[in-house]
Design a protein around this ligand. Structure first.
Ligand code: FAD
Length: 313
């Protein structure tokens, strides 16, 4: 019998190590699986009452200072396989596991002379995170390229699903069917995706990636810990413009600051707490509502409990 390789389980894992904001509380437990098979077996074996929460590269995530009473499962570095396939309808297909970094998918597609994946080059998360968020930029989004996905539910059941199984919108993906079983809302995780891009030129793809990345370097505070855009753009407008027009660039709570370079980014100046960041987000939301009458909707995900809630518990 082949012995299953097991991953690594730790307790009280500081989540500031696993999120791009470099801030926040601890997770009660944290599991880094070895591979897909190990992940499936881990999920199947954990007590049904235990909450599991999947984390990719933590580039859109904050865990409150009182911590997360769950087992965090780290996908990056664990589900990292890629495979090239072909079919009569789409031609070349990329089968990519959820823990693979999105920029790697962009580079892989580009090297193969496929175009359309360039936007992923500047998204510093995993493919799993990009599927969960329908990440996108510059007019492209992840689900435009999904042929099918493989998912895992809390009971360890693996399914292949089609895009039609989901409600998909701007930074929004939700399974139409309600799957019960105690994972985070949605009930299933992404294990991998089958992606299709357009046959084209490797040189053009490389050039486009270079162009998109230089636009980011020019406009985003990439040298300071951040989580990308805090708010979704409202219909027909830009969150950054609304925030800037309220004079909020540079506004601070503790060590969290609305980036003077990009008003829809909040940066950690060094030692910010999750509470500093969340308070600043709420302040910005209230100001824009009061002055512009627009209710900005958060794009970043905030989980766990505040320090006060943790004391009471
Ligand atoms: C500098 C910077 C620039 C950014 N630019 C963009 C941009 O242009 N466009 C854009 O859309 N986003 C952008 N982001 C935000 C972020 O990179 C994306 O949302 C990314 O897709 C998140 O991936 P992740 O692996 O880091 O997810 P995480 O932050 O780890 O998780 C985000 C959410 O996805 C869930 N999740 C993660 N993996 C899975 C999985 N396998 N199955 C089910 N759920 C899962 C998590 O539970 C969590 O709720 C940017 C962030 C930064 C820091």
């Amino acid at each position: 019998m082949v012995q299953l390789e097991r991953g690594n389980l730790t307790c009280r894992e500081p989540m500031d190590r696993h999120v791009s904001w470099r801030a926040g509380g601890v997770a009660a437990r944290c599991y880094a699986p070895r591979n897909r098979q190990d992940l499936i077996s881990f999920v199947t074996d954990r007590p049904g009452s235990e909450m599991l929460y999947v984390v990719g590269l933590g580039s859109n995530l904050l865990v409150r200072d009182g911590g997360l009473d769950a087992t965090v499962v780290l996908m990056h570095g664990a589900l990292r396989e890629t495979e090239v396939n072909h079919d009569g309808t789409h031609g070349t297909l990329l089968d990519v596991e959820a823990g693979v970094a999105a920029p790697k998918v962009a580079r892989m597609a580009g090297r193969m002379g496929l175009e359309g994946a360039e936007f992923l080059a500047g998204i510093p998360g995993t493919l799993g995170g990009a599927l969960a968020m329908n990440a996108g930029c510059y007019g492209s989004q992840t689900w435009d390229h999904v042929v099918s996905v493989m998912t895992l539910d809390r009971n360890g059941k693996v399914r292949v699903r089609q895009p039609d199984d989901y409600d998909i919108g701007y930074r929004h993906v939700a399974l139409k069917e309600v799957v019960t079983g105690g994972l985070e809302p949605g009930g299933e995780w992404f294990l991998s995706a089958r992606l299709a891009f357009t046959p084209g030129s490797a040189a053009r793809a490389r050039e486009k990636m270079r162009d998109l990345l230089s636009r980011r370097v020019a406009t985003q505070p990439l040298d300071q810990p951040n989580a990308g855009s805090i708010f979704r753009n409202p219909e027909g407008g830009f969150a950054a413009r609304l925030i800037e027009s309220c004079g909020l660039k540079g506004a601070r709570v503790g060590q969290a600051q609305v980036s003077p370079r990009h008003a829809n980014f909040i940066v950690n100046l060094g030692g910010a707490t999750a509470s500093d960041i969340e308070s600043l987000i709420l302040e910005v939301q209230e100001e824009v509502w009061a002055r512009q009458g627009v209710k900005l909707v958060m794009e970043v995900r905030i989980v766990g409990q505040s320090e006060k809630q943790a004391e009471v518990a």
